[in-house]
Design a binder for this molecule. Structure first.
Ligand code: AMP
Length: 214
């Protein structure tokens, strides 16, 4: 099973992908995570991507498709969850080829349908534990003890530099202009299912599981 989770920034793709890793042993392939790792490592890709990411714009199709190709080669028999990729029609075409060359194909495209205004609040308030990566939110999910991670007890938290209101607005515009238009392509192939991304996390997970079980 190879699936795409599609939806604007903050729709919950990363959260749901992590849950599918646990429940189904699938592997999350997040180009955003790969690019952030490249920036942190100071690799040539990271150096090229940093300013673009900080502005909320899209990194080049060639770079992200190459990253996905490398990761697909390490995947073996596990199913892939594409999170934040593809984001343009050119990436969607590249993904078809990358999968075809490896004898794989898309089985589901799941769109997380969300209210964009609520997303800005979701994104601007989110942060993670710098040690274990557990996710939190200023308003919706603060740590039980202020400034102490519920999971590992560390007290160093981090926020993504692109999770500020201006950059989020640009990321939304990019999503509407370049990513949303790829949905009809997948719809024509009968791959798309929709889930209410504004529901509670557990409800969203159950809806996704039901789609995959069909
Ligand atoms: P994300 O973590 O998916 O929100 O991605 C963070 C940022 O990384 C985006 O705002 C883009 O600048 C860049 N990025 C991630 N995935 C892609 C992609 N598939 N195509 C182009 N840029 C991407």
């Amino acid at each position: 099973m190879d699936i795409i989770l599609l939806g604007p920034p903050g729709a919950g793709k990363g959260t749901q992908a992590a849950r599918l890793e646990t429940s189904r042993g699938m592997v999350q392939l997040s180009t955003g995570d790969m690019l952030r790792a490249a920036v942190k490592a100071g690799s040539p890709v990271g150096l090229q991507a940093k300013a673009v990411m900080d502005a909320g714009e899209l990194v080049s199709d060639a770079i992200v498709s190459a990253l996905i190709g490398e990761r697909l080669d390490q995947l073996g028999d596990s199913g892939a969850i594409f999170d934040g990729y593809p984001r343009t029609a050119a990436q969607a075409d590249a993904l078809d080829l990358l999968l075809e060359h490896r004898g794989r194909s898309l089985t589901h495209v799941i769109e997380l349908v969300v209210d964009e205004d609520a997303l800005v609040e979701r994104i601007v308030g989110r942060f993670t534990c710098g040690n274990c990566g557990a996710g939190y939110h200023d308003r919706f999910k603060p740590p039980v003890v202020a400034e102490v991670c519920d999971v590992c007890g560390a007290s160093a938290f981090k926020r993504r530099p692109d999770d500020n209101e201006d950059t989020v607005r640009t990321r939304m515009i990019e999503y509407r202009a370049k990513t949303a238009p790829i949905l009809p392509l997948y719809e024509a192939r009968g791959l798309v299912s929709r889930v209410d991304g504004m529901a509670e996390m557990d409800v969203v997970s159950a809806a996704i599981e039901a789609i995959l079980a069909r």
